[in-house]
Every structure is written in structure tokens, then in C-alpha cells.
Design a protein around this ligand. Sequence first.
Ligand code: IPD
Length: 276
Amino acid sequence: MAADRAEQHAESAGLYAGLYDLARDVAAEAGQLVQRMRREGVEVAGTKSSDVDVVTRADQASEELIRRRLLAERPDDGLLGEEGDEVAGTSGVRWVVDPIDGTVNYLYGLPAYAVSVAAEHDGEVVAGVVLNPATGEEYGAVRGAGAWLRTPAGRTPLRVREPVETARMLVATGFNYELELRRDQGRAVARLLTQVRDVRRMGACSLDLCAVASGRVDAYLEEGVHAWDHAAGGLVAAEAGATVRQGTGAHGRLLLTCAAPAVIEELVRLAADCGF
Ligand code: IPD
């Protein structure tokens, strides 16, 4: 029995490590494409949920590349990407991809955008890569094996900050592109501001979650994010010791909260009190 379990564990670990390696390779290629297209001049291809929710040619080209590469390598997998239709698979593995998270930062040349590639196995995220091609920072995680940051200087394990009470938290958040939701988020943030150390709006959910993982902020919360925004970053945060909580926000949409386990309940309560 124990031998069976050990064998199964080793098999899963091998699968997850392989998915992670593939995610890294593909994210690196997409990152190079995205940077080249930025140097050549960003072209807006259209808008989505509102006039300010833009999609660039680079978002589309990056997603095409990622889809093509992943499905060429693993044709039986499913794939959910921000810029295309979902592909159903048969292997039990589904890729969840944001070809550029932080598109508005990309548009303006603010160096806080990311290629985010996650692999789920039987509905659970097991490997993830969040690559910021503008800075070269590459965050990675494999379920059960930890989270790390790779830079040209090497690989550093990630650990969430020591928990602090909400009044001393630096909290990252974001605003949805849909105007109704964003208006209420603005009101909720105004309340939050008087209850915490300070608030940061950096512009990419995946990197916000990695910022919790690396201790650059204490917490993150946002309503209305999608699986492609948080799949890879959520695993990085969880493997760095954070709790990632999926709840329901004031608008009935996914409310993601992320902080050290000891303070997550307090954060969830505070978010509700503030009107998130
Ligand atoms: C957006 C970013 C932003 C968050 C939005 C997301 P996109 O993703 O993650 O930080 O506030 O809710 O939609 O559109 O740049 O991929």
C-alpha cells in the first residue's frame, strides 16, 4: 500500500516537473516575442469588457504561440487562454494561460506585465510560471515542491512575509475594467486605505500574487479576476506559504484574497467590511 502510494507520488512529481519545464520554455519564448513586439511599437487590436480594456496584437500573438507550442508538445491536453476559445482535452491536464497579464502596463511601457502559464492536473494547479519579460524576473512553483524566483543572478526560494495585523499590512489590489465594478472598488479602496498601512495598484494580478510570495507586500485582494490572471501566481503564493482564498465579492464575482495563513481570516473580514 505504502509502496503504491510512494510510486504514485513519484509519478505525479515527475508529471508536475515535466509540465513546469514546458511552461518555462514556452513562457520564455512568448516573453521574447512580447518584448520584440513592444520594441517594434505596440498596436491595439481592439477592446473587450469596456473601452479601457484593450487587447494588443502582442496579446494575440503571444497566446497563439503558447497554444501552438503547448498543444504540439501535448496534443491531448485542454487549454484555457484569455484571448481564445477553450480547448477541451482528454489527458486530465489543462493549461491556463494569460499571454500578457498587465496589458495596460505593456501598452504604456511600465515594466510590470507578465506571461503567465499554469498547468492543472485533475482540476488542481500543479505547476506555474509567471515571467516578467521587462525585468527578467521569472517566478515558478511546482505543487509540493515550493516556489522560487529566478533572475540572471540565480534561483531564490520564496517565502511569504511574517504575518502582521491588518493595520500594518501593505495591500496590493486591482480595479476591474467594468465601470460599475470599478466604481465600487474605488469606494471600497477608500475605506481600506484608512485601515491598513497602505495600498498598491501595480497592474498585474499574477505579479501581485508573486509579490505576496516574495514578501514585497503583505496581502492582495481583488474582485473580478479570472482563472488566467491568478492560476500560476496563486500557486506561487501558496507554495511560498500564503493562503489563497477564492470567495465571492460585492458584485457576486470571484473575490481573491491572499495573505499569510494566520491573518487571512482577518483580511477576508476587512475586505467585506470595506465593501469588496
Ligand atoms: C488585468 C490585470 C489587472 C487586474 C485586472 C486584470 P489583463 O489583467 O491583472 O491587474 O486588476 O482585473 O483583468 O487584462 O491585463 O490581462
